[in-house]
Design a protein around this ligand. Structure first.
Ligand SMILES: [Fe+2]
Ligand SMILES: [Fe+2]
Length: 190
């Protein structure tokens, strides 16, 4: 478990960055991440760090994202896909820079939670699934996703990638190529 003092120091800063509604989502993701990490024998502390910081930059402006993208020479094509994609990679840079998190599993989990990735660490898997099925989620298919998450993290990941791509295609919006790449890799495993 994450030391309560460290946890509170993160929450104090987090509160200044996101709305009350999103802050509560983050707490529910943390709760679900602890559950999943315990069930699947994954490092609970790492999953808590990833959960607490994953949406840190979700409400930032495009100008703020651009500063971080430039500073760390990140893929500028992400700008075409908006906050939905950008807030993961940007939060990973902030976790490193501002919260001094150096652990690759935590940073990658945060980075890829918006995009998905062909190779995911156990921590990344836990965050990707916890973010999708936390107790406040009510979207069509969440019951199925929760059932799958009890069977295996991998099956829930494939489901999330598949549902996300279908949802975006139905909305007639473009899909970040790395998400399609992740989907292709994961679907071929099943
Ligand atoms: Fe997010
Ligand atoms: Fe989230």
């Amino acid at each position: 478990m994450l030391n309560e003092q460290k946890r509170q120091s993160i929450l104090e800063v987090l509160e200044t960055q996101i709305s009350k509604k999103r802050y509560e989502h983050v707490l529910r993701v943390e709760k679900k991440a602890i559950e999943l990490a315990t069930a699947y024998n994954v490092d609970v502390e790492k999953c808590q760090y990833a959960a607490l910081l994953h949406d840190y930059a979700k409400e930032w402006s495009m100008e703020q994202y651009q500063v971080i993208l430039n500073k760390y020479a990140l893929d500028m094509t992400m700008l075409d896909y908006g906050s939905e994609i950008l807030h993961g990679p940007v939060a990973a840079m902030i976790a490193n820079e501002q919260f001094h998190i150096k652990d690759k599993d935590i940073l990658d989990a945060i980075f890829y939670h918006t995009i998905g990735h062909d190779v995911m660490s156990d921590v990344a898997k836990v965050l990707f699934v916890a973010d999708y099925i936390e107790d406040g989620r009510t979207f069509h298919g969440v019951v199925e996703a929760r059932v799958l998450a009890r069977q295996s993290l991998d099956s829930a990941i494939v489901y999330k990638l598949q549902q996300t791509i279908m949802f975006l295609a139905q909305k007639k919006v473009s899909i970040f190529p790395d998400t399609i790449k992740a989907y292709n890799t994961w679907i071929s495993k099943f």
